[in-house]
Write a protein that binds this ligand. Structure first.
Ligand code: VG1
Ligand code: CO
Length: 549
């Protein structure tokens, strides 16, 4: 025990839980697991123990408002004080979207931040919670940091926490906790100002005033207050434009995952006869985006390509793009845009942390993933509302519908038909065996023919970071066909129940080819080939995926 004025720092004995997955940027588990005594504390102390020289520095803390958010924020604040941070900045009510947290870390010159979220996973007492650590550039901790945290969590035997009453996180202002300052800040304004600095709000406002209609579904998650401020107040869209705008601890029992399955309410609205001109949604922590034009769904991979091709129409990007980065499973649509722009294209492993170095080095301006994440060098996370605003800015300049912009894009660059098939909650040993068998067969695949065509090459994706030469291996099995089609297999790193197999299927058709096919029809032979090559039914007992996006 240690005394600091009236404050008592407790050193609490604990035992490791041994289940922090190496290679993932945080800890994501069922709420019940997080509620075990010392569990959250162990992870937070493992993070602090893996950092150096943060005494007196600033830590940003906030989350997506899900069940347990407030309790864990109190733990983090008291532990930060006990571990010697000089200042904690916390979003009012414990709210900070992931991109807003990234911005706050950067603008405050913070040492780092803890973001409490399980992203698009459901929330509530029987659902998921998570904690991720972001470094001083505002982005997810790189592998060397997450590996150190995971290693520390295996041997931790005590943590430090200040014995104190809870801090009032609902009142904006500054208070003192031990030797540490606690600043409760408005989570929205600085972020909204950043958006206003990048996009032509006057043009978007004029477009809306002229009758352009939009719908934004916050899915009862963190973007509600951000969207209300930006779309309804600053851009003048009518009240009700933001759907499900109040963050709820259980997201109203929904999966806050902006895809066609979970954002069905928005999808149905966008496909109705009286659909608005533009629809969008974001996920639990506000870093993902779903874009649906009137009667026209845009795949995330296509959205990345369109945003990259048109970014120069927005004031923040009028100087053009330094480069484009996409994760390996994301379709090659952005590659064709990069080629035309004469900008470099980087292909990274899945996960935003790999973009951070490229953005810091000024090598890329826009980044994206097939999982509905798009962003730029304005922060170091993907950013759902940013993507929506860039679309709106482009629409305001081009004065065309989303469907017309897509048709125009495909006529110029060709179309990458694309789908992701997820096989969820499969037994971990079965999933590992399936991947091991695929990896074992890599050498025998080239030259063989099947319903997908003739295999040109097959490998297990490895990435060498061009800025620090660090190597990441085993990032997913790729099978490339002679005609440029592709099937990719990898296991999810973010699920909390068993294992999830993701199969990514892509077929390219040039500008003169058939651009108007149904995606399912266009991909049918490749889907069959994928199921066959990996013997998915044999390993999983599932004859079809649980989610198709
Ligand atoms: C998924 C997505 C990946 C994304 C990650 C975090 O990972 O596929 O593209 O970066 O979620 O997104 P995985 O390992 O389950 O495929 V989020 O919105 O949690 O910050
Ligand atoms: Co997210």
């Amino acid at each position: 025990m240690q005394f600091r004025g009236f404050w008592v720092i407790q050193t609490v004995s604990t035992t490791p839980f041994n289940d922090q997955k190496p290679g993932t940027s945080g800890l994501r588990k069922k709420v019940r697991i997080f509620q075990q005594p010392h569990y959250a504390e162990n992870f937070v102390q493992s993070v602090f123990d893996s950092l150096e020289d943060f005494a007196g520095q600033t830590l940003v803390v906030g989350g997506d408002g899900r069940y347990l958010n407030r309790e864990v924020i109190q733990i983090v604040i008291k532990m930060a004080a006990a571990n010697g941070f000089g200042r904690v900045i916390v979003g009012q009510g414990g709210i900070l979207s992931t991109p807003a947290a990234s911005h706050l870390i950067r603008s405050a010159g913070a040492f780092g931040g803890l973001v409490l979220s399980a992203s698009h996973n459901p929330g509530g007492p029987d659902e998921d919670f998570g904690i991720k650590y972001n470094i001083g550039n505002g982005g997810p901790a790189p592998e060397k940091v997450t590996d150190a945290i995971a290693a520390r969590s295996l041997v931790i035997d005590s943590y430090k926490i200040l014995e104190a009453a809870d801090v009032d996180i609902d009142l904006i202002g500054t208070s003192q906790l031990g030797a540490m300052t606690v600043e409760v800040v408005d989570p929205v304004t600085a972020y909204a100002d950043l958006m206003e600095s990048l996009f032509d709000f006057a043009a978007i406002r004029a477009q809306i005033a002229g009758g352009f209609t939009l719908a934004f579904d916050s899915m009862s998650a963190v973007t509600g207050p951000y969207a209300a401020e930006i779309f309804e107040r600053r851009l003048g869209a009518p009240a009700g434009t933001v759907m499900n705008g109040t963050p709820l601890p259980d997201f109203g029992h929904h999966h806050p995952d902006p895809n066609l399955v979970h954002a069905k309410q928005l999808y149905d609205r966008m496909m109705a006869a009286d659909a608005p001109d533009f629809g969008a949604a974001s996920d639990g922590d506000g870093d993902r985006n779903l874009i649906i034009g009137r009667h026209s769904y845009v795949t995330p991979s296509d959205s990345l390509a369109v945003l990259a091709a048109n970014a120069h129409l927005a004031p923040g990007y009028k100087a053009g793009l330094k480069g484009i980065a996409r994760s390996m499973p994301t379709s090659g649509a952005a590659d064709r845009v990069a080629e035309k722009l004469g900008a470099p294209l980087y292909e990274t492993p899945t996960g935003w942390k790999f973009f951070g170095n490229l953005l810091d080095a000024g090598m890329a301006t826009i980044c994206g993933e097939e999982s509905a994440g798009t962003g730029s060098d304005h922060v170091r996370e993907k950013d759902g509302i940013w993507a929506v605003l860039l679309w709106l800015n482009i629409l305001a300049v081009r004065q065309q519908s989303v469907a017309a912009i897509m048709a125009d894009h495909w006529a110029t660059y060709g179309r990458n038909y694309y789908a992701r098939h997820d096989y969820e909650a499969i037994a971990k040993d079965k999933a590992d065996a399936l991947m091991a068998a695929l990896r074992g067969a890599l050498a025998t695949l080239p030259g063989t023919g099947n319903s997908g065509g003739t295999v040109k090459s097959a490998d297990d994706f490895a990435y060498t970071d061009p800025t620090d030469q660090s190597v990441s291996r085993n990032q997913g099995v790729r099978i490339l066909f002679e005609d440029g089609s592709r099937v990719v297999f990898r296991l999810s790193g973010t699920g909390t129940e068993g294992a999830t197999l993701r199969v990514y299927i892509e077929r390219y058709v040039g500008p003169d080819g058939d651009l108007g096919l149904e995606t399912g029809d266009a991909l049918a032979p490749l889907i069959a080939a994928a199921q066959d090559v990996a013997d998915i039914a044999g390993y999983t007992g599932m004859d079809k995926p649980s989610v198709i996006t």
